[in-house]
Design a protein around this ligand. Structure first.
Ligand SMILES: Nc1ncnc2c1ncn2[C@@H]1O[C@H](COP(=O)(O)OP(=O)(O)OP(=O)(O)O)[C@@H](O)[C@H]1O
Length: 232
């Protein structure tokens, strides 16, 4: 792949406990190019969340390696990993993960504060991002004053705060009704295209699978070869 952003090689993650070993991700290898929207699908328990957490540096593999934007995630120490997660990877979760006492604008500004972006620039960038996700008029509202779809839009704006080349989204429409989910998916599709970002999105949602450039299917922790019919 000429313009590769994500490279995953031989990734394996086991969980051990109570005499049992669960192989959540087994020998997974793939690459994703810049600007690609890659959907990750598979039944519940297939390993989607585990894979996304490994790629995003939220978890460490038992073996195997991950590179994002030329930097090795799996070899990074805690400090480098923090910087990588702050600057290179934006996260969106099913449960939104907004800070309840902060307004929409303040939530979007959190990653910029962590990156020490000066206040004036922060305010301006937050306003642009809220406008981009269609919430220009809701900057002062707190999460409990917004619908689920609006909260997820705030979370998407927050994920874009430091303009990361990679967006990792775990079931971003899992808590939304199908119409709201569709509009969030359309937004993600449009943002990825407009900003040339790469997105790795775990989903059960057939709509997103339709919008994806490529679909990875996991079954019992393994990638199903693309020629095989998907059974997820
Ligand atoms: N912290 C953990 N300790 C032990 N086992 C775990 C842990 N996290 C996940 N697992 C197991 O690893 C496997 C993969 O789980 P994972 O959450 O990655 O699947 P998933 O495809 O994201 O499922 P879902 O669609 O339900 O979110 C499952 O068998 C799960 O029970």
């Amino acid at each position: 792949m000429s313009d590769e952003l994500v490279r995953v090689e031989g990734l394996h993650r086991e969980y051990r406990g109570a005499g049992q070993v669960v192989h959540a991700v087994r020998d997974v290898s793939f690459r994703a190019g810049r600007g690609e929207l890659v959907a990750v699908r598979g039944r519940s328990g297939a390993g989607k969340t585990t894979l996304l957490n490994l790629v995003g540096g939220l978890d460490r593999p038992t073996s195997g390696r991950v590179w994002v934007a030329g930097r090795e995630v799996t070899g990074a120490g805690e400090r480098d990993l923090l910087a990588l997660r702050r600057d290179t990877i934006g996260f969106v979760f099913q449960s939104f993960g907004l800070i309840p006492i902060l307004s929409a604008a303040e939530n979007v500004g959190v990653p910029m504060r962590l990156a020490k972006v000066p206040a004036a620039e922060r305010e301006q960038r937050v306003a642009v991002l809220l406008e981009l996700v269609g919430l220009g008029g809701q900057a002062a509202q707190r999460p409990y004053e917004m619908s689920g779809g609006q909260q997820q839009r705030v979370a998407i704006a927050r994920a874009l705060a430091n303009d990361p080349p990679l967006l990792v989204a775990d079931e971003p429409t899992g808590q939304l009704d199908s119409e709201t989910g569709r509009s969030v998916m359309d937004l993600l599709r449009a943002l990825v295209r407009a900003r040339g970002m790469t997105a790795l999105v775990a989903t059960h949602d057939p709509t997103l699978v339709e919008l994806a450039d490529r679909v990875l299917v996991l079954r019992d922790g393994r990638l199903v070869p693309e020629r095989e019919p998907a059974a997820a």
